[in-house]
Every structure is written in structure tokens, then in C-alpha cells.
Design a protein around this ligand. Structure first.
Ligand SMILES: [Zn+2]
Length: 286
């Protein structure tokens, strides 16, 4: 054995001894602070490696509370736009989540859930948005997730939402935005819960909100605003359940406000960006 070979063996052995007892560096990856890219549910506080199912507003389920991405986005918009108060009176029309969520909401604010179609849940109140059996200025915040598209008279519903929201209050209105300009479906369309769809909304919903008296902001993620500015309207979602090209081509840039950055959007599951649009209607202070 040559002297050089002996030296090499000694070096290898020394390196093996030194390495024993250390963590297996092969399993550590190379990303900086990987915890920053973990996923988080801003409703129940779950955090982990991945949401369940594909990236979509109706999927990316939280393994703990079963929220889908649009539940978390509406919650995000409310909690990032309205200062917290335990006494805040919050009405949520037809929340998708059940008992555990509703109980939690009742513990953190003065919370009322309503349902119209009571097939999935039976809430505290049964309300028709077109004719709310509630006194004026009853609530500080109204959350309406995917309800307005099932209501025949949009203008009547918006007038009623304005009436029952207190001065200085907010309505967070979420509808499926699948096209640039509002149109009635050309043939009968139902959502997964078998509820008839009267309207496929576009950006002109902002004009309807203004006509009802609201100040209007459209809350989206920063990547969506960047894309509209660049004129990058299509990312091949067009073939699925939305006409992305039409939607983004008609986007009213003046109404768009970023409510989450790119990193937050990934972390909380607000992707693909075109699915995450919430209308914030403000009621002027008296
Ligand atoms: Zn959750």
C-alpha cells in the first residue's frame, strides 16, 4: 500500500467518525427557512406541509377544519380590512362551514349565521337577501360567500345589504367571477349544492355596488394585479370553469386593491390568483 493511499484511507475514516452522530445532511435540502413556505389555515390555525386536493378556490382543503381556499380568503379579507372588536356585529349569509366554525365565530365576535336554502345547514336565521327582515343598521360587517349569484334581483339585494349595514360598516361580497361582464347563464346552471344560478358576474358588479350606495374596492392578490398590468391575461384556466381571458381583459384596475402578497397567497392557498376576488363595499359614516 502506498503512503498516499494510507493517508487517503485515514482521511476518509476521520471524516466518517466526524460525521457519525450528526444529522443526515442529505435530508436537509437547500431551501432557506423552509418553514416560511409551510401552509397555514387562517381560520382554525392549522399549519403543515400541504392542503388537501388541487389549488383552486373550491379545493385546497384544510385537513383540520375542512375550509376550502375561498373560505379562508373571505376570512382573510375581513380580518385584514376591519379592525377587531369583540362587540363587532357580524352576519354571515350561508356560511359553507358547519357547527365548529360557527361556534368559534360566536366566541370571537357577535356572530349571526343565516341560511336561505336549509338543505346543508340550518342557521340561526333564514334570510332572503332581496327582503331582509332586519332593522336598518343591524350589523357592522356582513360576509356573503357565493350567495348573490343565486338571487334573481341583484339590485334589490344590494340595496338591502346597504340598508342593514351600520354607518362605517363593511360588506364583503364573494361571488364566482368567471367572466368579464355580467350575464345570465344561457342555459340552466346549478352549483354543486343544486342551487340555481341566476347570474354569472363580471366587473360591472362594482357599478351595481356603487349604485346601491357603497364605496367599492375589489380585493385581490398582488400577483393578479401584476398580471393585469402586464397584460398577461391567460394562464390556461380558460379551458376549465372560467373564461380567464375575458375576466382579466375587462378587469377594472382602478378598483383593484392588493390584500395579500405572493408569498401569503401561496402560504394560505389563494392560488391560482384569478379565483380570489372579493368585493368590499363600505358604508359611509353618518
Ligand atoms: Zn382550518
Amino acid at each position: 500500500m502506498h503512503g498516499s493511499e494510507i493517508r487517503l484511507r485515514r482521511m476518509v475514516r476521520a471524516a466518517q467518525v466526524k460525521a457519525s452522530g450528526l444529522v443526515d445532511r442529505r435530508q436537509r435540502g437547500w431551501a432557506d427557512r423552509p418553514s416560511e413556505w409551510a401552509h397555514v389555515c387562517n381560520i382554525c390555525g392549522w399549519h403543515g406541509i400541504a392542503f388537501a386536493g388541487p389549488a383552486h378556490s373550491e379545493a385546497a382543503d384544510c385537513p383540520s377544519c375542512a375550509s376550502v381556499a375561498r373560505d379562508r380568503y373571505l376570512h382573510w379579507c375581513w380580518t385584514h380590512r376591519v379592525r377587531y372588536s369583540r362587540r363587532q356585529r357580524v352576519l354571515e349569509t350561508s356560511p359553507r362551514l358547519g357547527e365548529q366554525y360557527r361556534r368559534h365565530m360566536s366566541q370571537v365576535v357577535s356572530y349571526v349565521a343565516s341560511d336561505y336554502d336549509e338543505s346543508a345547514h340550518r342557521a340561526m336565521l333564514k334570510l332572503d337577501l332581496q327582503d331582509l327582515q332586519l332593522p336598518d343598521a343591524s350589523f357592522d360587517v356582513i360576509l356573503t360567500p357565493h350567495v348573490l349569484e343565486h338571487v334573481p334581483d341583484t339590485d334589490a339585494a344590494l340595496r338591502e345589504l346597504f340598508r342593514v349595514t351600520a354607518p362605517g360598516g363593511s360588506v364583503f361580497l364573494m361571488v364566482p367571477m368567471a367572466t368579464g361582464l355580467t350575464a345570465a347563464p344561457t342555459e340552466p346552471e346549478y352549483h354543486a349544492d343544486h342551487t340555481l344560478v341566476y347570474w354569472n358576474f363580471g366587473w360591472d358588479l362594482g357599478d351595481k355596488l356603487r349604485a346601491a350606495g357603497f364605496s367599492v374596492e375589489c380585493l385581490v392578490t398582488q400577483p393578479l394585479i401584476d398580471r393585469v398590468r402586464r397584460g398577461q391575461f391567460d394562464t390556461n384556466l380558460t379551458a376549465s370553469d372560467m373564461d380567464e381571458l375575458s375576466l382579466l381583459k375587462h378587469a377594472a384596475l382602478r378598483d383593484l386593491t392588493a390584500i395579500a402578497g405572493e408569498r401569503e397567497a401561496i402560504r394560505y392557498g389563494f392560488v391560482p390568483d384569478a379565483y380570489f376576488i372579493v368585493w368590499h363595499g363600505g358604508v359611509p359614516t353618518a
